[in-house]
Design a protein around this ligand. Structure first.
Ligand code: SF4
Length: 701
């Protein structure tokens, strides 16, 4: 028996970037625990980290390419698979045009170094405008607000939670998510520290969430009405002159315009729509503005609703007018060791529209809500073939039934994925990359969204050897891209730099390169390197044409007309609206295949307020029907005063019992699919983001 070794790496299952220590002997994982020497997460982990072992050992996981045949799935060789995929793509594009191939990129791509550094090579080789991703069911409003206010779509401010005195959390549940667009390993410790130093945590949410339970204050708000609450808070702060903007005052353009835009939105006017009293809104505005430092943070509940773009604009406005942007204890901009803010990548938008609905492109992508119709609707430019990369859109994007029908009728579909799941069961060929512990890892994205500057490289723990006949995702991208080149190249990208070379170059050219931060430096420091607290960047940060923060850009503020129209005095809210939910042991849908993460009582239940339940004669555990414009599901009710009256909550990522799925979870605890209810025609018109919170539904026994 060989010696036990300790392997240190970053868990890449979610955004929190927790450092983990894995004890290994003879290729067997003995334990996974938090790495207390990791300078960023300081020992924190959640129960999901142990799923890294489960994914590595999962017998459902594919390891070599498979092809669908009349006799079922058959393993084929890599070269044969690459040739067949490239030939099929070329044939479809030759017959129907470049855009007849579509591509969908799932959420795990942003957690994969290979996908972030080399994936774009394949996307470019595909040369299609029909590029979709999880961005438009998640965070597109943040990018749009940042692009128009700060000049770069990745200049996304994150809460400086470690120094703030007042943390306003809207539509987010960091006690469960562990932070999102706020990478903060150990967020519960960080939030409790706010309270310990005399500060305050306030939660605004239609559910009394796990975060609300630890907070000092919680207010229910009606789904989709946060925009009104934010407008009224800004209105109050400006009217009362609570605007200590400090050094920011000389960096802002558009303040007068802002004043007139928010003037009609008084707390008294919005109170009934939001479900919060005018007095409570005014008090909240005063508390926020008068705290020594404060930060407003709005996440998924604000982004995936009808006014996601306006909500993220107003979150930024709130931080700016109270002097809490780019300032310690407020909303700050990380300085990652690999620079993400190059001026040549500010983010282009509006260059083309989707064929069927005319939805606008943002940053090279079309809204994922239009993907099904682009496949189904005949005519020039129809999508005939698809590629999905680490994605399961049939479970994770709106109107699942329509998308299921669309994928079942494709001429050709190739999935780069490790599972035969609800979406990839429709594929003709599946190319499974190495994953998790078999690959080297550097968080290219999330160091740039972290509440503290740090840098860490994780070598592969179980790198495949020659005999394994395995491929990394970046090898797959290059093999396909080289075959798609017009010259018919077939070099599998052999001359291209390795990931290590790319990372090293990025680090040496980054802001700490001159201080010695290189790949070798990170290899020599396996727990990671602390690069200090977030820093004030000042005016050199802003990449707008004016060189200033645009606090009221026309692109965003024009959408206020829609708010005015929809919230007119006569507008009547739906009797019941649906919101999503997630729990600590769930993230992406494929994690449900880990036994230890799904065991226990059924979590796929509909939370409903006692009064709403009584009005419909619904009792605890009873099967209920939830119906929207596009679908209907049946699932058990859980009657709970956690829910605001008029709001029902169902978790996402479930619904595994579809024919052809080859996951153990499909027969054990499949749950029901939230996205059968999500309406593909319900979008935030401003950004194109899907609406997953605030969906009108009918609830019956
Ligand atoms: S919080 Fe996220 S990064 Fe940390 S251990 Fe859990 S899944 Fe991994």
């Amino acid at each position: 028996m060989s010696d036990v070794i300790n392997h240190y790496r970053t868990c890449n299952l979610c955004e929190a970037m927790c450092g983990i220590e894995i004890r290994v002997q003879d290729d067997q994982i003995l334990s996974i625990r938090g790495d207390s020497d990791d300078p960023f997460s300081k020992g924190h982990i959640c129960p999901k980290a142990t799923a890294l072992k489960d994914v590595y050992e999962d017998k459902n996981r594919l390891k070599r390419p498979v092809k669908k045949t009349a006799d079922g799935w058959q393993e084929i060789g890599w070269e044969e698979a690459f040739d067949e995929v490239a030939n099929k793509i070329k044939a479809i594009q030759a017959a129907h045009g470049q855009d007849s191939m579509g591509i969908y990129l799932g959420n795990p791509n942003v957690h994969n170094t290979g996908s972030m550094l080399v994936g774009p090579v394949f996307n470019k080789a595909l040369k299609t405008k029909n590029l979709f991703s999880a961005t438009s069911v998640d965070q597109l409003p943040h990018h749009v607000a940042s692009r128009h206010m700060f000049g770069h779509y990745f200049l996304i401010p994150v809460p400086d939670v470690d120094r703030t005195d007042f943390f306003l959390v809207m539509g987010a549940n960091p006690m469960v998510s562990n932070g999102s667009l706020m990478t903060a390993g150990g967020i519960s410790r960080r939030m409790k520290a706010i309270q310990k130093r005399g500060g305050k945590v306030v939660v605004i949410d239609p559910r009394y969430t796990e975060t609300a339970k630890m907070a000092d204050e919680h207010h229910f708000v009606r789904p989709g009405s946060d925009v009104l609450l934010l407008l009224a808070m800004v209105n109050t702060i400006l009217k009362e002159g609570l605007t200590p903007m400090g050094v920011l005052v000389n960096q802002i353009a558009g303040l007068e315009k802002l004043d007139s835009l928010v003037a009609p939105w008084t707390p008294q006017r919005v109170a009934e729509h939001t479900g919060m009293s005018a007095d409570a809104i005014i008090q909240l505005a005063w508390d926020f503005a008068s705290a020594p430092t404060a930060v407003a943070y709005g996440r998924i509940g604000l982004s995936v609703q009808e006014y996601g773009g306006l909500c993220q604009w107003l979150i930024n406005v709130l931080n700016i007018i109270t002097g809490n942007l780019d300032w310690a204890g407020g909303a700050m901009f990380p300085t990652p060791a690999i620079d993400m803010h190059q001026p040549f990548r500010k983010g282009k938008y509006g260059r083309y529209k989707s064929r069927v609905r005319g939805a606008e492109e943002s940053f090279g992508e079309l809204p994922v809500s239009v993907m099904a119709e682009e496949i189904l609707e005949p005519g020039d430019g129809q999508i005939k073939g698809m590629v999905t990369v680490a994605g399961n859109p049939i479970l994770s994007t709106p109107n699942s039934n329509k998308l299921d029908k669309a994928f079942s009728g494709l001429d050709f579909y190739v999935a780069i994925d490790i599972y035969i799941n609800e979406t990839t069961r429709h594929a003709d060929i599946i190319l499974p990359p190495t994953t998790g512990l078999e690959t080297e890892h550097y968080d290219v994205v999330f160091h740039g969204l972290a509440v503290q500057n740090s840098s860490k490289y994780s070598p592969a723990l179980f790198p495949p050897d020659e005999e394994d006949d395995r491929k990394h995702d970046w090898e797959i991208y290059r093999a396909l891209a080289s075959r798609l080149r017009p010259d018919g190249g077939n070099q599998n990208g052999a001359d291209e730099p390795s990931l290590k070379q790319m990372l090293d170059q990025g680090l040496r050219n980054g802001p700490y390169g001159q201080d010695g931060v290189s790949l070798q430096h990170l290899i020599d420091n396996p727990h990671g390197v602390d690069l200090g607290p977030l820093q004030t960047g000042g005016q050199q940060l802003w990449q707008t044409e004016s060189g200033l923060i645009e606090i009221a850009p026309d692109f965003l503020t024009a959408d206020l007309a829609r708010v005015e129209q929809n919230f007119s005095a006569s507008a009547k809210p739906a009797e019941m609206t649906l919101i999503g939910r997630r729990d600590l042991r769930s993230n992406n849908s494929w994690m449900h295949n880990s036994e230890r993460l799904i065991k226990g009582k059924n979590r796929c239940v509909a939370l409903i307020n006692p009064e709403d339940a009584a009005a419909r004669s619904i009792s605890e555990g009873q099967m209920i029907t939830v119906q929207s414009r596009v679908g209907e599901i049946k699932l058990p009710a859980a009657v709970s005063a956690e829910m605001m009256k008029g709001v029902i909550s169902i978790p996402h990522g479930w619904g595994h019992d579809l024919e052809g799925v080859q996951l153990d979870i499909a027969s054990k605890s499949p749950g029901e699919n939230f996205n059968e209810l999500a309406d593909d025609y319900l979008l935030d018109d401003l950004t194109g983001n899907a609406v997953l919170n605030g969906i009108p539904v009918v609830v019956e026994v």
